[in-house]
Write a protein that binds this ligand. Structure first.
Ligand code: OKP
Ligand code: ZN
Length: 344
């Protein structure tokens, strides 16, 4: 298992997240990276390589250029107005407004490009997002050239980031960037299997109308879980992409038995679609101890998850998404990768 990590992924250290009506220290923190590295080391994954720089072209292949420009300039624009706090969206073009123009003022621009108020932009956010997609692309390069599996320790995560929206702690959609690059390298169809507790709305939106990326997600039912407005079972893709989006919303409290049953259905769809590469959006916030999620997988269930993912028999790229039980995040991630090697 090739492990790819960049210290620059820790350049984002936000102070604030709007949670429960209060500004609290963000759940998505740089300590997650250190705990994952420690867990990997303890499990015998001692070789960790740094990514190459891949530039912006692979990002612009899936994201809007004005959106990327906004992310690059937002913090400076915010600071130039003398704001004390971090850049947090607070006004949106909602259902009763046309919202057809992109405002010039950073407050309006934040509302145009943000999908929620949970995610502050701060110094280092853009740099960390750049490093995160570089981690994904270098891990992908290993899988494409070597054939063996890789784990990209992406941070910030990516699966909530849409063509031109950030939120849910995500800025660049690392899995989408990697999938698009894999197609451009000559593959015909790629599967993205999203096992994070939260629905990968961004990944779904980016590939919704396409059949060359199969998006399959197992997640908390959006009737009660973030991101609330996407991820229902009747969202199956549009046009050419009809049948290439598959959503498995599950109730809060779902445990291993049901979860693994659904995983087998997801694997069956991936096999049927004839995918040449499996990208796993690996959130471990399905853990029973996760502070902001509601599934009940135990630590050992992550070993079984890895074994079953190996059973898909495809070249596999793991990309880190969520997981907020910081004390256990390292062992949970290492368990998936260990189980995968056992099952291969
Ligand atoms: C990101 B990923 C807690 C705020 C929730 C949104 C959750 C983002 C999850 N009250 N913020 O999918 O793990
Ligand atoms: Zn999540």
């Amino acid at each position: 298992m090739r492990i790819v990590h960049s210290e620059t992924t820790k350049a984002r250290r936000a102070r604030t997240e709007l949670d429960g009506g209060q500004l609290v220290p963000p759940w998505e923190c740089p300590e997650r990276v250190d705990m994952i590295l420690a867990g990997l080391r303890q499990a015998g994954f001692t070789e960790v390589v740094a990514p190459a720089e891949h530039g912006l072209a692979p990002v612009l292949a899936v994201h809007d250029a004005y959106y990327v420009e906004f992310l690059a300039s937002c913090w400076d624009d915010w600071r130039a107005l003398g704001r004390e706090g971090e850049a947090i969206a607070w006004i949106w073009p909602t259902r009763t407004m046309p919202g057809r123009r992109i405002p010039r003022c950073v407050d309006g621009r934040l509302g145009h490009y943000a999908l929620g108020a949970d995610t502050a932009i701060c110094a280092g956010t853009f740099e960390a997002a750049m490093a995160s997609k570089d981690v994904a692309l270098s891990a992908l390069a290993h899988v494409l050239t070597d054939g063996g599996p890789a784990f990209g320790l992406c941070r910030p995560p990516g699966h909530h980031a849409a063509v031109d929206q950030f939120g849910g702690y995500c800025f660049f959609n690392n899995a989408a960037v990697a999938a698009q690059r894999a197609l451009e390298s000559g593959l015909s169809r790629v599967a993205i299997l999203d096992v994070d507790f939260h629905h990968g709305n961004g990944t779904q939106q980016i590939f919704e109308a396409r059949s060359d990326v199969l998006f399959v997600s197992i997640h908390g039912d959006p009737m009660t879980c973030f991101p609330y407005f996407m991820g229902h079972a009747d969202e199956v893709g549009e046009g050419d992409g009809a049948g290439y989006t598959v959503n498995y919303p599950l109730p809060e409290g779902t445990g291993a038995e049901v979860w693994f049953h659904v995983l087998e259905a997801a694997k069956a769809r991936i096999a049927e679609a004839g995918c040449e590469l499996l990208i796993v959006s690996l959130g471990v916030d399905t853990f029973e101890g996760d502070p902001i999620s509601a599934f009940r997988l135990a630590g050992d269930d992550f070993l079984e998850m890895g074994r079953r993912l190996a059973g898909a028999g495809l070249p596999t790229l793991f990309l880190m998404e969520g997981g907020y039980a910081v004390a256990e995040i390292g062992t949970n991630v290492a368990n998936v990768l260990t189980g995968f090697e056992q099952g291969s």
